[in-house]
Design a protein around this ligand. Structure first.
Ligand SMILES: CC(C)(COP(=O)(O)OP(=O)(O)OC[C@H]1O[C@@H](n2cnc3c(N)ncnc32)[C@H](O)[C@@H]1OP(=O)(O)O)[C@@H](O)C(=O)NCCC(=O)NCCS
Length: 378
C-alpha cells in the first residue's frame, strides 16, 4: 500500500477526457487548454467537447442548446419532491435526493447503451440548475421562475434564481465558472461515479453517488467554507494575522492546497481575475481584498496555493448567490464530467474492486456470549 494512503499517485483508469499537469498548473479538456476554453468558449460548447470528444460545429451546438432548453422543465413528480424538501433539507441533500428521484421517470432509465447515456447526460445537465433554482426560491417563500429557452445555460440559471435578467458581465462570469468546474480528471467524486458505473449500475445512481462525494468539505464543500471564513473574519480585522493564528492552531484554510497541483491552480488564476473585476464594480470590495490577504498569509506560512474553490467563493458572492448554493453549483457544472466518465467506463468496463491490507486481529476462535469479555465488563 502507498505510504500515505488516499490512492495518491495510483492510476485507476485510462481516460481520453481530461488531464492535469500538477507541476506546471495546466488543465486540459479533450486536448484544449482550459484557459483557451474560458476565453473563447461557452459551457454548452464545453459540454459537447467533454461528451463527444471534439468541439461542435455550429449546427451541432444549436441542436445541443435546443435539447438543453427542451429538457430544463422538471416533471411534476420531481417538482413535488423538491417542494417537499425545500423547508428542511440542506441544498446538497436536496440535490442528491432530487437527482435520484428524477431517475424514476427517465425514459432511458433501464439502459446503459451509449446513446441512452448521452440522452440522460443532457437531461441531467439541463435539469440540475432548474432543481437548484426551484429549491432556492421555494425555501425563500418565492414562486419558481420557469426556464427561458432563449437564454444561455449560465444566464438562464441566474434568471431562474433571481427572476431578473442577469447583466452580460454576470452571465459571462457565471458561464466561465461553469466551464472551469466541468471536469477534473480522477477527483474523488468522479472516481465515485466510475466505481458505481463499473458495477453496471446506471447513470443516475452514479451521479447521485458523485454528488454525495462532492458534498464533503475536502472536495466541493470547500467553496462554501471559504465564504464562511471570509464572513467570519469580516472586513475590520488584521486578516493576515488571523490566518497565521488559525494556521498556528493547525486549522486548515479551505480553498488552499491540492492533491495534484503543486503550483497555482489554473482555474483559480482565472476566477481571481473575475472576482477582482466584480469587486471593482461592487460596494463591497473587501471580499476580494481579504481574499488576497489570506492568499499571502497562507503562501508565507505554508507555501500553499489557492485552488478552484478559493476565488469562486467571492465570485459567486458578488453575483448575489447565497453561500449554501455554492456546492450545488459546482455539481451543476461537474455533472457533464461525471456523465462523460460514466459513459467512458460503461464503454470499456471492468469492475473496479481494489484490495485492502488486513491489519485486524489474527484468526481466533468464536467465544460464546456468556464467556465473552466486553470492554465495559473488562
Ligand atoms: C485538498 C486537500 C484535501 C489535499 O490534501 P492532500 O493531498 O491529502 O494533502 P494533505 O492533507 O496530506 O496535506 C499535506 C500537508 O499540507 C497541509 N495542508 C494541506 N492543505 C491545507 C490547508 N488548506 N490548510 C492548511 N494546511 C494544509 C496539511 O496539514 C499537511 O501538512 P503536514 O504535512 O505538516 O501535516 C488539502 O489540501 C485540503 O484539505 N485543502 C482544504 C480543502 C479544500 O480546499 N478542498 C478543495 C480541493 S479542490
Amino acid at each position: 500500500m502507498a505510504d500515505k494512503g488516499g490512492l495518491e499517485g495510483i492510476v485507476v483508469a485510462r481516460s481520453r477526457l481530461c488531464s492535469i499537469d500538477g507541476a506546471k498548473g495546466v488543465l486540459i479538456y479533450g486536448g484544449y487548454d482550459v484557459g483557451d476554453l474560458a476565453e473563447h468558449s461557452s459551457y454548452e460548447e464545453v459540454c459537447f467537447l467533454i461528451l463527444r470528444g471534439r468541439l461542435p460545429g455550429a449546427e451541432e451546438l444549436d441542436r445541443l442548446r435546443h435539447e438543453l432548453a427542451e429538457a430544463r422543465p422538471l416533471s411534476e413528480e420531481t417538482e413535488s419532491v423538491i417542494d417537499m424538501l425545500a423547508s428542511h433539507a440542506a441544498p446538497m441533500e436536496m440535490l442528491r435526493t432530487a437527482v435520484s428521484a428524477d431517475s424514476f421517470d427517465d425514459p432511458d432509465k433501464s439502459s446503459n447503451a451509449e446513446e441512452a447515456n448521452f440522452r440522460k447526460a443532457i437531461r441531467l445537465i439541463a435539469k440540475m440548475p432548474t432543481m437548484v433554482a426551484r429549491y432556492d426560491r421555494r425555501r425563500r417563500g418565492l414562486e419558481p421562475v420557469a426556464p427561458d429557452p432563449e437564454l444561455s445555460h449560465a444566464a438562464n440559471f441566474l434568471w431562474m434564481l433571481s427572476g431578473e435578467r442577469p447583466s452580460d458581465q454576470a452571465a459571462r462570469t457565471f458561464d466561465v465558472a461553469l466551464i472551469l468546474h466541468a471536469d477534473h480528471e480522477m477527483n474523488a467524486s468522479t472516481f465515485t461515479a466510475r466505481v458505481i458505473a463499473s458495477t453496471l449500475s446506471d447513470m443516475h445512481s452514479a451521479i447521485t453517488g458523485a454528488i454525495g462525494a462532492l458534498k464533503g468539505p475536502l472536495h466541493g464543500g470547500a467553496n462554501e467554507q471559504v465564504m464562511h471564513l471570509l464572513l467570519d473574519i469580516g472586513g475590520d480585522q488584521d486578516v493576515e494575522r488571523e490566518i497565521r493564528d488559525r494556521l498556528a492552531r493547525k486549522e486548515r484554510i479551505m480553498g488552499f492546497g491540492h492533491r495534484v497541483y503543486k503550483t497555482y491552480d489554473p482555474r483559480a488564476v482565472i476566477l481571481k481575475r473575475f472576482s477582482r473585476a466584480l469587486a471593482e464594480s461592487s460596494d463591497e470590495p473587501q471580499w476580494f481584498t481579504m481574499s488576497e490577504h489570506i492568499e499571502k498569509a497562507v503562501m508565507d506560512e505554508k507555501g500553499l496555493y489557492p485552488n478552484v474553490d478559493f476565488y469562486s467563493a467571492s465570485t459567486y458572492h458578488y453575483l448575489g448567490i447565497e453561500t449554501g448554493l455554492f456546492t450545488p453549483i459546482f455539481a451543476m457544472s461537474r455533472v457533464v464530467g461525471w456523465a462523460a466518465h460514466v459513459i467512458e467506463q460503461h464503454g470499456d468496463n471492468r469492475l473496479i474492486r481494489p484490495s485492502s491490507e488486513y491489519v485486524g486481529p489474527p484468526l481466533r476462535p468464536y467465544e460464546p456470549i456468556e464467556q465473552r469479555k466486553t470492554p465495559a465488563a473488562a
